[in-house]
Design a protein around this ligand. Sequence first.
Ligand code: ATP
Length: 350
Amino acid sequence: VTTAVSGRDGRAVSLRGLRKSFGSVVAVAGVDLDVADGEFFAMLGPSGSGKTTVLRMIAGFESPTAGAVELGGRDVTRLAPFERDVNTVFQDYALFPHMSVLENVEYGLRVKRVPKAERRARAMEALASVRLDGFEKRRPAQLSGGQRQRVALARALVNRPRVLLLDEPLGALDLKLREEMQVELKAIQREVGITFVFVTHDQEEALTMSDRVAVFNAGAIEQVGTPAEIYERPATAFVAGFVGTSNLISGTTARAVLGKEGTFSVRPEKLRVVLDDADVAGSDEHSAEGTVSEVVYAGPATRFVVDLDTGTRLIALQQNQEVSSMDVMGLRGRRVRLVWQRRHEFAITS
Ligand code: ATP
């Protein structure tokens, strides 16, 4: 017990200079990352950006070309998957179709020769934690997609791993169920207190569920931060564009607005659309003039596409409660001023 406790340094997962090549393809190009105990952590990025390969190296299914994987401060780079204190929930759930829900969840403990009474108790506890009590006798085929997902989760949680790895955990579910499970998965993680590391290409999923997000691009991490930091202070042009609408203001516009060269970003919902003969910007605000080229009514909000005089195109999103007094559709072709608070501008590198 003492050694196990002394191994706990608050870092569930540490990646040190992690690289992976498949022949001439560099899948992971040098990743350094620390995930804290108890975190719900997302690896977000487009297809082919290397996030699944990183997950598989944490699990032990791939061995790195260079670098190290530590779990709880212990170097596990050369250990087999079963020797690591991690479990993986695969996207297709990989449930045994001929076994009941209970047998599926007990399976790992059976392999480890855990006595029957303890096995049963732990499986029931795991099923309760994913709110599937009463479903023990069903077969996977008799469950909904969301319920199958929770069986797969229970089957991993029953081992009480230090870290649970999830590969596109909600990818097989339809939109409505996915939104419900986003909330559910977060609640389950909070209750069990286990570190969750999951891979997704869905920015909304990453922002909704995670304590922190690492944004991957071309085998490397572009930015690590809380969902609010990633969204409101994107560090690079790639992050600004991959998470939300980039709204990059650069070159001549930056000089016109800021009096200097460079690139910055302002999110669409931070821009206020005003008719240019009204509402002059305050001292803590910046503004730019342009012409409305599109107005798209989208229920609770209206989306304006505005072409600035400098050639930059920006998107502004206004809640309809704020714009109801205007004849918004009639603004197409009109001159407007976009106004935003200076604190909502963020400098962008590269
Ligand atoms: P996706 O969301 O599509 O799963 P990803 O971000 O998880 O993408 P990876 O699956 O990690 O990306 O792949 C990263 C790169 O490595 C890709 O170019 C991919 O084609 C390549 N790659 C992954 N696995 C292998 C393999 N076993 N052999 C050869 N190339 C591979």
